[in-house]
Write a protein that binds this ligand. Structure first.
Ligand code: MG
Length: 402
């Protein structure tokens, strides 16, 4: 079996859902999803010559071939790995289809039949759509959904309402953003005022009161604050018994994370902006966080995710993958989550995308039921794009699997 062609398509959703399809001489094709990035489909097309004529079942070797091919453009990190991660998932999809086995089986078998999903809620409102450099945009579906909302979503009441809705929808683990207020006058100093901290804690208290003690709650800082301030945040959050506090400090700040970790009983998480197993090594070996959060559409792929999980297991850490993908990338992540012992929960970032479920087929809708996704039994990733439905939201200026 040989790869003949690489094709791409982009759906303009809350982010750019970027798909890569590999077609073979046997009529089989494999589909993967990449984390968004500027110029991503051009990178994917530039990688095609390294794949044409290759056997897609040689996943590890092809990963290294792509890595070598792109070494001048980013051998250790960067958006070329967003492209490679999508390609790698498409290779697993193809290998599974060729062998008649689900990807989780190729990854060593499963530990669970259902993968726990946590709902990212953002703030009191979560509706957004952003381009590849996070500039806000308003596609038609967004304008229609935004017309139905009024509140700015920052009040404790709005946070409580949104938390309750997610729990009513079956989720038993939620995440809210702590840094949802507009940046201070001088954004560069990243300092937290007493008033801001007080409002932050008020929102968290409202959410905890709304969901009770038994629903898990995580909070995200998006690398916004300085060590002295996140020490205060982590301390103030201790009474709320968080599942984790995410990205309190920049990802390269392993020493600061370690210092924070020693001051608080609030568990810490980071990883969505790290690449490859090597990118996680110092963090894991220094046990600077309790939870690692690789993004499987970005970190290098499912095999790299597995290496990270195994490394984390050696240090008694658990894995809660970051995920902002459509059902395609989410399902790729589900296969990895099913096949590692130290899995905690997988992110769902699509609560406010009205067509999230509609663009894929191969499962009973909704994909997420009672806060989990059933691990598929079919070959490959066990999910396909519903091209008719997805193409309605195709991004202008991008080809559609051409
Ligand atoms: Mg995050």
């Amino acid at each position: 079996m040989q790869i003949r062609k690489l094709r791409t398509a982009v759906v303009e959703a809350n982010y750019d859902w970027t798909y890569v399809r590999l077609e073979t001489d046997r009529g089989l094709s494999g589909l993967g999803e990449c984390f968004f990035a500027p110029g991503l489909t051009a990178i994917l097309r530039d990688l095609e010559p390294a794949l044409v004529g290759e056997d897609p079942r040689d996943i590890g070797r092809l990963f290294r071939k792509l890595q070598r091919a792109a070494s001048g453009a980013g051998s250790v990190a960067g958006i070329v790995y967003n492209a490679i991660s999508g390609i790698e998932a498409a290779l697993w999809d193809l290998a599974g289809k060729a062998l008649g086995a689900p990807v989780w089986q190729l990854l060593g078998g499963r530990y669970r039949t259902h993968v726990r999903i946590y709902a990212d809620c953002h703030a009191g409102l979560g509706l957004e759509s952003c381009g590849p450099i996070l500039q806000p945009r308003e596609p038609a579906w967004y304008r229609a959904a935004a017309a139905e909302t009024g509140d700015n979503g920052l009040s404790p009441e709005a946070h409580a309402r949104r938390a309750r809705q997610a729990v009513d929808g079956g989720f038993d683990a939620l995440k809210f953003d702590l840094d949802c207020e507009a940046a201070a006058a001088d954004e560069s100093h990243r300092l937290l005022t007493n008033a801001e901290l007080e409002r932050m804690v008020g929102r968290v208290a409202a959410v905890r009161a709304a969901i009770g003690p038994d629903v898990d709650l995580a909070l995200d800082c998006h690398w916004r604050y300085r060590l002295a301030d996140v020490v205060r945040i982590a301390h103030e959050c201790e009474p709320f018994n968080l599942l984790w506090l995410e990205d309190p400090l920049p990802p390269q700040s392993a020493a600061s994370l370690r210092a924070l970790c020693e001051t608080t009983r609030t568990p810490l998480s980071t990883g969505e902006n790290l690449y490859l197993a090597h990118g996680f090594r110092e963090l894991i070996e220094s046990q600077s966080v309790q939870i690692v959060a690789p993004d499987l559409q970005k970190v290098g792929g499912l095999a790299e995710g597995r290496r990270i999980a195994e490394q984390a297991e050696l240090y008694d850490l658990v894995v809660a993958p970051h995920c902002i993908a459509s059902p395609i990338g989410t399902m790729a992540a589900v296969h990895l989550c099913a096949s590692i012992p130290n899995f905690l929960a997988l992110e769902f970032h699509g609560q406010d995308v009205p067509f999230w479920d509609d663009i894929a087929t191969g499962f009973d809708k909704p994909l997420i039921r009672d806060g989990s996704i059933q691990v598929p039994e079919g070959p490959g990733l066990g999910i396909e794009l519903n091209e008719g439905a997805a193409r309605r939201f195709a991004k202008a200026g991008e080809g559609w699997f051409e």
